[in-house]
Design a protein. Structure first.
Length: 419
């Protein structure tokens, strides 16, 4: 049987007619090289942002089910257009919605999780020598509604399909040459990483490197999918995400990541008794709010009340506020402060596990930039600092330089994994 490859094209890679034709030509080239091709396409250019804006023009808090009906159209447009372009190149292509492709999700609208991929229709089309195009970022729920997978979700569609059809590789074509040591939009001398381990990629995706959606990396790790993240606009080798056992050495620091899409909530006057935190975070969990760093300050002394702060995605602020209302009344919480002007900067490296002094250096570098750290959060291979949003670019640049990550691209062949 011919090997299968999954090729995913992001929004900028299909933004106009010329780019769709270019993606079609790349897909056809793989087919002509003797591979079966499943291609996953994102919505064109800023389509998803425009659809969200259109929804907000008619409703302050759009119904999530209807939001999914709306947002899922963007990727369908790309797929139908690309199928037309492929047909004109003399190959047979069929475009499928997520639902037609057999992507089954749970029922959490706008952030659904894939729970099953029933790929028989795709397999049949491949056997009939067709190129299969699947609309990214969407599926059908167990209650038969259209769902979407959260921003950047086409990456996860691609990885899930790669697992389902046992593809030899899942190629993620995007507007950068691969995964870099920092966002190349902020750090001009960021370096392309020839390989990155799942462990590090998970931390990077979770802390803002949106080049791969976090869930796509989780899914690839669980199902053993090989991800190759590369440029739509060149043939250069990109970044391969590999198992920890395949990385030959662990650099101290691999990357600096950042996000400004965070918000901070501080609850004051929280009663200092067992069960208070449980009540707060249960209410948030039931509302589907994903909470990140949690800090509780408990001043010493009789009857003194605690302050609880936590970070969350800015998109979840409204849901969090709504969920906190009743529990705040019940517990007698005196204040809920919402702060959207926060950002996070993180350094990631599997090598920091065995090296003391990394945290001290991070704090020193930020101090020299006169950047105040509000909350610190660590994992064995990551240090994250919550800072003011407007200080984020300077913090990223300073940390990238201080840890010696710059210096242009160091191209190494795949398989030769020292960095
Ligand atoms: P696509 O539309 O192809 O899915 P995304 O916009 O989702 O593309 O992701 C690619 C973008 O991710 C890049 O343009 C880059 O600005 C950003 N990015 C952030 N951090 C990194 C990083 N460490 N390496 C590469 N790109 C990054
Ligand atoms: N179009 C969706 C988004 O902009 C999904 C994706 O591109 O992966 O988030
Ligand atoms: Mg993306």
């Amino acid at each position: 049987m011919q090997p299968t490859v999954v090729m995913k094209f992001g929004g900028t890679s299909v933004a106009d007619a010329q780019k769709i034709r270019r993606a079609a030509a790349r897909i056809v080239a793989q087919r002509e090289a003797g591979r079966r091709v499943v291609a996953v396409l994102s919505a064109r250019g800023h389509t998803t942002d425009e659809l969200i804006a259109a929804a907000l023009e008619v409703s302050a808090h759009p119904d999530p089910r209807e939001m999914d009906m709306l947002l899922s159209t963007g990727e369908r447009i790309s797929c139908a257009l690309c199928a037309m372009a492929i047909n004109d190149l003399g190959h047979r292509a069929i475009s499928l919605t997520g639902s037609q492709a057999g992507i089954v999700t749970d029922t959490s609208h706008t952030r659904a999780r894939i729970i099953d991929v029933r790929a028989d229709r795709i397999r049949k089309a491949l056997e009939e020598d067709m190129i299969v195009l699947v609309a990214g970022f969407q599926g059908v729920s167990t209650s038969r509604d259209v769902t979407t997978l959260g921003r950047g979700g086409s990456d996860t569609t691609a990885v899930a399909l790669a697992a389902a059809v046992s593809a030899e590789v899942c190629e993620i074509y995007t507007d950068v040459d691969g995964v870099y040591s920092a966002d190349p939009r902020i750090v001009p001398d960021a370096r392309k990483l020839p390989v990155v381990s799942f462990e590090e990629m998970l931390e990077m995706a979770a802390s803002g490197a949106k080049v791969l959606q976090l869930r796509s990396v989780e899914y690839a790790r669980t199902h053993g999918v090989r991800i190759h993240c590369r440029s739509s606009f060149s043939d250069a080798t990109g970044t391969v995400v590999v198992g920890e056992e395949e990385t030959m050495e662990n650099p101290l620091i691999t990357a600096v990541t950042h996000t400004t899409e965070e918000a901070l909530i501080t609850l004051s006057g929280v009663p200092d008794r067992p069960g208070a935190a449980a009540a707060i975070f249960t209410a948030l969990a039931e509302a589907g709010v994903n909470v990140d760093t949690i800090v509780q300050n408990e001043p010493k002394g009789e009857g003194v009340q605690a302050e609880v702060s936590f970070t969350l995605a800015a998109d979840d602020l409204h849901a969090a506020e709504t969920a906190l209302g009743p529990v705040a009344t019940e517990l007698g919480i005196s204040g809920i402060a919402l702060d959207e002007q926060v950002g996070k900067v993180s350094i990631i490296g599997a090598g920091m596990r065995s090296h003391p002094g990394v945290a001290a250096k991070v704090f020193q570098v930020l101090a020299e930039e006169e950047i105040n750290i509000e909350i610190i959060h660590t994992s064995p291979i990551k240090i994250t600092c919550l800072i003011r949003e407007d200080a984020v670019p300077a913090a990223v640049l300073a940390l990238h330089t201080a840890f010696g990550l710059g210096g242009g691209e160091q191209e190494l062949p795949i398989g030769q994994q020292s960095r």
